[in-house]
Design a protein. Structure first.
Length: 300
């Protein structure tokens, strides 16, 4: 092959995007190209990738691929966003687990670097297991986990701690963002151990659901009715409770929120079921501020 022909081939490759597909799923997957020139959606099989295998493919910006498992279930849609001559890696996640992404969006002074360390909390003994850290401001890490798992995150000097509960289902993805433009909340568990057989507090963010006219539903429910609602289910007053963390006795948990958000704290019985509503807390600070709540006996 002449030098002129060789250059021509290199120039031709430079006009494409090199995409790399990495299969993290526990089983082989199939990748189909979705042809945008067809009037009806037409999928063409281009790759079959074994577990743990990496396969490269030349493509173009805007090209779209769909991922199927070997059972024929459509799992994901991937779009090429890189420019000509660049590379793009698609990390195909384990669809039998839940993907969580931790993104560090904390505003810091120029020249400084705020790393965030992420730990998985073992529910049985509350041991914190290191899982990774964001390399720089704006960086992110991804993990495969399960619904209901809890994670904690610390800054460099451990001056604050945040806690996150995974609510996404298997095969789904959930994003957690570290940011300083919101209100930093601190919840301290100051319950009396003598009066509470299980002194672990469960925190929930209470979302108000509006009707299609934008009006807030003003109906109320009794405390007993509230306690009978399952996690993340809408109650008759158009409120939806989202679990955001647990606070052991004597501990403090920090998390970010927006102004005017409402949180509720519940204790549990010996089997871990929600029992009594301990308190309701309204965020009154503005963005960038801090607010501390102390969870105590007989608040209501």
């Amino acid at each position: 092959m002449s030098d002129e022909q060789q250059v021509s081939e290199e120039e031709k490759l430079a006009l494409l995007v090199t995409t790399e597909f990495h299969n993290n799923h526990v089983k082989p997957i199939r990748v189909y190209f979705l042809d945008p020139t067809k009037k009806e959606e037409e999928e063409k099989l281009v790759l079959e990738i074994a577990t743990g295998q990496r396969v490269a493919l030349q493509s173009h910006p805007g090209h779209m691929f769909v991922v199927y498992d070997m059972g024929g279930i459509r799992r994901d849609t991937l779009i090429v966003t890189a420019e000509y001559g660049d590379n793009q890696i698609f990390e195909i996640r384990n669809y039998e687990m839940t993907e969580v992404i931790f993104h560090n969006n904390i505003s810091i002074q120029e020249g400084e670097e705020e790393l965030m360390e992420v730990y998985w909390i073992n529910e049985e003994d509350q041991e914190e297991v290191f899982k990774g850290k964001t390399e720089r401001n704006g960086g992110r890490i991804r993990l495969d986990t399960h619904t209901g798992h809890t994670f904690a995150a610390y800054n460099n000097d451990r001056s604050f701690r945040m806690q996150f509960v995974v609510t996404a289902e298997s095969g789904e993805s959930q994003l957690f963002v570290f940011e300083s433009s919101r209100v930093l909340l601190s919840f301290h568990n100051n319950l009396s151990k003598q009066q509470n057989s299980n002194s672990v507090v469960h925190l929930f963010w209470v979302e108000t659901i509006f009707d299609n006219k934008g009006q807030k539903n003003e109906n109320t429910t009794t405390l007993q009715e509230q306690e009978q609602q399952e996690d993340q289910q809408q109650d008759s007053s158009n409120h939806l409770r989202h679990p955001v963390g647990v606070v052991p006795l004597g501990h403090t948990v920090q998390l970010h929120s927006d102004s005017h958000h409402t949180f509720q704290a519940f204790d549990t019985d010996e089997e871990g079921n929600l029992k009594d509503l301990l308190g309701e807390y309204l965020v009154t600070e503005h963005r960038g501020g801090k607010q501390r709540f102390t969870i105590e006996d007989d608040e209501l």
